[in-house]
Design a protein around this ligand. Structure first.
Ligand SMILES: NC(=O)c1ccc[n+]([C@@H]2O[C@H](COP(=O)([O-])OP(=O)(O)OC[C@H]3O[C@@H](n4cnc5c(N)ncnc54)[C@H](OP(=O)(O)O)[C@@H]3O)[C@@H](O)[C@H]2O)c1
Length: 279
């Protein structure tokens, strides 16, 4: 029986597809791209899954689906999946949806991911919700300034966060899609170390063998410079997160190892997997 993967051309989706394919699991993916490249044998359905109008053949013999939390929502997609006989979902959500902190109440991420979770729950189909905290991939925002001047500019050098490797998120999704015992579970997930932003930069420096510098700027200066590139609610969410984690560091969660049986990858390992991005 094929598994259907949405969000398959993104970092997590691609790794999930590779892990499923390598395990001999038939995989079907949905993509808006005309000719996305996947390993031989992976079936591609072209379309925008958020519209809820994929050809019914996309769901032929599909019991399990990986749901990517697309902006615009997944309501129509999960309703179509329900009508066409899907029996379980594994859903990419966010730790923000757990509302563990005051900053999450009404945050852009919490609102979006709770709406996605609720759309899935409304189908009544068993589901596993993956709630990762901050992605290590967010640190790719530093790549350009590391490449040109070995320096990053940002507010809040001292808060501690536990960035998670995309490969570990994919590995938990793989387990939830292919093994028994995960339906009905909600998994809060992080990386294995809670590191200051300076230590996160040092981890990248260790991987690329360079001394890197964190140049502190005020939150106001950050807000002004980022307003050209990011919507205001996202900038606010970032600043609230960094400011809160000065006094309340991210908790490290054991979920990746508990679910996969393998230690969560460190930030140095993540940076080693992204050498080309930083050098
Ligand atoms: N950054 C964080 O710290 C963090 C933390 C927790 C959760 N998250 C969640 O993780 C997501 C990012 O995951 P990622 O980096 O693997 O994915 P991504 O690269 O942002 O997107 C993956 C793929 O999903 C499809 N897609 C995206 N938006 C869509 C839309 N509106 N309609 C239809 N298809 C769409 C696209 O595929 P095609 O173009 O091939 O159709 C895209 O290549 C975030 O959006 C957020 O929901 C992020």
């Amino acid at each position: 029986m094929p598994l259907l993967v949405t969000g398959a051309t993104g970092p997590i989706g691609r790794l999930l597809v590779s892990q499923l394919h390598a395990a001999g699991q038939p995989v079907r993916v949905v993509s808006r791209e005309a000719s996305p490249v996947f390993p031989k044998g992976v079936e591609v359905v072209q379309g925008d899954f958020t519209k809820g109008d994929l050809p019914s053949s996309a769901f032929h013999e599909v019991k399990g689906v990986f749901v990517f939390p697309a902006q615009g929502g997944v309501d129509a997609f999960v309703q179509q999946a329900q009508a066409l006989g899907v029996e379980y979902f594994v859903v990419l959500s966010s730790l923000a949806a757990a509302l563990e902190h005051v900053r999450d109440q009404g945050s852009a991420s919490a609102l979006h991911h709770l709406a996605v979770e609720n759309a899935v729950k409304a189908t009544g189909i068993p589901a596993t919700f993956l709630r990762p905290g901050t992605f290590a991939n967010n640190l790719l925002a530093w790549a350009h300034s590391i490449k040109i001047e070995d320096t990053v500019y940002g507010p809040y050098p001292t808060p501690r966060q536990a960035p998670i490797h995309e490969e570990d998120i994919a590995a938990v999704a793989f387990a939830a899609l292919t093994r028994e015992g995960h339906q009905g579970k909600t998994y809060a997930m992080t990386g294995p170390q809670s590191l200051t932003r300076v230590e996160q930069l040092e981890a990248i420096g260790a991987a690329i063998n360079k001394k890197l510098r964190f140049q502190e700027v005020s939150p106001e200066a950050f807000q002004e410079s980022m307003s050209k590139f990011m919507p205001a609610p996202i900038i606010k969410m970032l600043l609230d997160y960094w400011s809160d984690t000065v006094s309340q560091p991210d908790l490290v969660r054991p979920t990746v190892e508990q679910v996969t049986g393998r230690k969560a990858r460190t930030l140095v390992q993540w940076a080693q997997a992204h050498l080309a991005d930083f050098s």
